[in-house]
Write a protein that binds this ligand. Structure first.
Ligand SMILES: [Zn+2]
Length: 225
């Protein structure tokens, strides 16, 4: 065994002893409290009830539930129409919200010819608009297109286990064929959330995401609040 290996083992033992003294059992509490399932959020649209009626003449029809409790993929699909391109068959997620929002990747944005900022869901002030179309309706959104900022959904009990609270920022290592460290990942805590890290298609593809991919929190983000 070389000197570095011995040093690493000693450092690990010290870390575990300190963790015990701080009241946590090693491996069961704190930010290393286990892996987080990673899901890709493909491009999708959220609609207000008013906009759903404008496009489809009715509220959304659930097709299948999503991993977050209460959320569903609807049977409805829309076409996104930008200045430079269109995207067909885009998923609409329900239930309806107070404001419509379109979540796409930077690659999608380039193809559509718009330049949306990276934002947390719901933060749509000063974002670009887009045209939405269905087989029966067409609707111009004056704003609401974002590239969704990566985030971790945590149930309140998960947050306790990880020692984190709503809006904490953490760095996460993706355990993939092409491992990647994601900085500034926002933690969202709620009683209706299931533990899951949401990244977009660009992030997933760059890391080599596949079903079953997991992430590990490696620490709080520097400069995070
Ligand atoms: Zn999410």
């Amino acid at each position: 065994m070389n000197e570095q290996a011995i040093k690493d083992i000693l450092a690990d033992v010290v870390r575990k002893v300190l963790a015990e003294e701080c009241g946590g059992r090693p491996g069961s509490a704190g930010m290393d409290a286990g892996p987080i399932p990673v899901e890709i959020s493909a491009r999708h649209v959220h609609l207000s009830l008013q906009d759903a009626i404008a496009l489809f003449g009715a509220d959304l029809h659930p097709e299948r539930p999503l991993s977050q409790p209460g959320q569903f993929l609807s049977a409805e699909r829309v076409r996104l129409i930008g200045p430079k391109g269109v995207m067909d068959n885009v998923a609409v997620l329900g239930p309806t919200r107070t404001a419509s929002q379109v979540e796409i990747s930077k690659t999608d944005a380039r193809a559509l010819g718009i330049n949306p900022p990276v934002r947390q869901s719901g933060e749509t002030a000063q974002t670009p608009g887009i045209i939405l179309a269905s087989s029966t309706g067409i609707l111009g959104l004056s704003q609401g297109v974002i590239v969704a900022a990566r985030h971790i959904h945590m149930h309140t009990s998960d947050a306790r286990r990880f020692g984190l609270k709503d809006k904490d920022m953490v760095d996460v290592r993706l355990e993939t064929e092409r491992p990647m460290i994601l900085k500034d990942v926002m933690v969202r805590v709620g009683d209706n959330f299931a533990l899951s890290l949401h990244i977009d298609a660009d992030e997933g593809n760059s890391a080599g995401w596949k079903p079953g991919t997991e992430g590990t929190i490696i620490g709080r983000s520097r400069g995070g609040t």
